[in-house]
Design a protein. Structure first.
Length: 431
């Protein structure tokens, strides 16, 4: 290995190195006939950076598949920055996007860790060609020099890495479960606050009208059209024939997220000066998406005058309550699963797309508790949402840190920076 390559890898001077192609045999045998009992392996089945496989994915693979065995190591040459590599414990047929490598100077698990190490991924990724589907060639990958200590050392290192990674993965699993549960709980906060946790009905299998029957009888149930006006937005290109126009900021579907606004990328649109006031947003407006993908249907948030002036496109409704004090409450209701289901049922649907009409939106039933009760519930909802969001954010951050630690540990081990003399597992600085 050249001094430049050793600097990139920070490889121990006690480890020898070889070009990858001299330590493996690349398998290219295509399977002409694939039986029903043949396990097929696609890129989507392999997790990024972990070497784990999920065979539950339903992917159609039928042509150009390459045979692999349980001692082989597979590395994806497509989008190598995703770091998809695996040493399967089974035989089967793999996507032609995998390089199928049979180790002859490597212990299979050690080779897998080498291919998942950060320096190797960075080197491969630096060689890709093709803008939309970046790939790396075997000619380049095979000539990369990689650490290749004695087999006994490889086995010792791979066993140690496996044990350390398992500890990290067990913690990651716990954190992921916590993050998922926090996300799930956040969707029930509104309904739990209205009905009480012990008496919340199973809203997943009932209509919104059945659900509303469970609210206190003293609360007012009305329709959106009786307590608000609904403003439609600007059609892009709708004023192309107008001579006098001004450029103003406008909100698109992408800016209106579920419960918040993403104002990081605001576009501008040209409209006649006389129409600015007609389409301008007012503080207290509830922005709601007309549709698109199912997850965008009816999602929204309250506008607080963050940009002045600002208009909105025709695919974003501006619901303007007659009483601005009701804006946050109505917005919270429409974020809940029961209302998302209602919008889905009232929408016009095609393949993977849905849209909600103004007339359907106007008929949306709204429950209004007395003002003091509403304020008390909103305070409770906001506190619970804030606490839940902090739990999820902390869990997600810890998962990110552990994933980074996982790769640092793998890289340090395969390059000889781990002191294995007494199996202390301490990263050593090379003299």
């Amino acid at each position: 290995m050249s001094n430049k390559e050793r600097d990139i890898y920070n490889i121990s001077t006690t480890f020898r190195d070889i070009k990858l192609k001299y330590g493996v045999e690349r398998k290219t045998e295509k399977i002409s006939e694939i039986g029903e009992d043949t396990t097929r392996l696609s890129l989507s089945m392999v997790e990024s950076k972990t070497g784990k496989v999920n065979l539950d994915s339903d992917v159609d693979l039928s042509t150009g598949l390459v045979r692999f065995g349980q001692e082989d190591v597979l590395f994806s040459k497509l989008r190598p920055y995703l770091a998809k590599a695996v040493n399967p414990d089974f035989s089967g047929a793999a996507s032609p996007e995998f390089l199928v490598l049979e180790p002859n100077k490597f212990e299979p698990r050690y080779l897998l860790y080498v291919l998942l190490s950060a320096p190797f991924i960075q080197r491969v990724d630096s060689s890709t060609y093709g803008a939309k589907m970046p790939r790396a060639s075997w000619e380049f990958i095979g000539n990369i020099r990689v650490p290749c200590p004695d087999i006994s050392v490889q086995r010792q290192l791979s066993n140690w890495i496996k044990g350390e990674v398992q500890k990290i993965d067990e913690t990651l699993e716990i954190l992921n479960e916590l993050s998922v549960k926090a996300e799930e709980y956040s969707t029930t906060i509104v309904t739990n606050s209205i009905h009480g946790k012990s008496s919340t009905p199973n809203s997943g299998n009932m209509s919104i009208h059945e659900w509303l029957n469970n609210v206190p009888s003293s609360w007012n149930v009305t329709k959106l059209k009786y307590i608000s006006d609904i403003q439609t937005g600007v059609t892009k290109g709708g004023f192309s024939n107008q001579e006098e126009k001004v450029s103003v900021p406008y909100l698109r579907v992408a800016n209106v997220q579920d419960g918040y606004l993403d104002l990081s990328d605001i576009k501008e649109i040209e409209i006649p000066p006389s129409d600015v006031d007609k389409y301008q947003l007012r503080p207290g407006d509830i922005l709601m998406n007309e549709g698109g993908d199912f997850d965008k249907l009816g999602r929204g948030a309250v506008w607080n005058g963050e940009i002045e002036p600002c208009v909105h496109q025709n695919h974003v409704f501006a619901v303007r309550p007659h009483n601005e004090d009701q804006s946050e409450w109505i917005s919270k209701l429409t974020e809940s699963p029961i209302y998302k289901h209602y919008f889905s049922m009232k929408s016009k649907q095609s393949t993977n797309l849905a849209s909600l009409s103004v007339s359907s939106l106007k008929e949306t039933p709204i429950v209004l508790p007395p003002r003091k009760k509403r304020q008390k519930l909103l305070k409770k909802i906001n506190n619970e949402e804030s606490n839940t969001a902090q739990i999820k954010e902390s869990a997600d951050l810890m998962m990110k840190v552990l994933m980074e630690k996982r790769q640092v540990l793998i890289t340090a081990a395969v390059t000889g920076q781990i002191d294995m003399s007494e199996e202390k597992g301490v990263i050593q600085a090379d003299d």
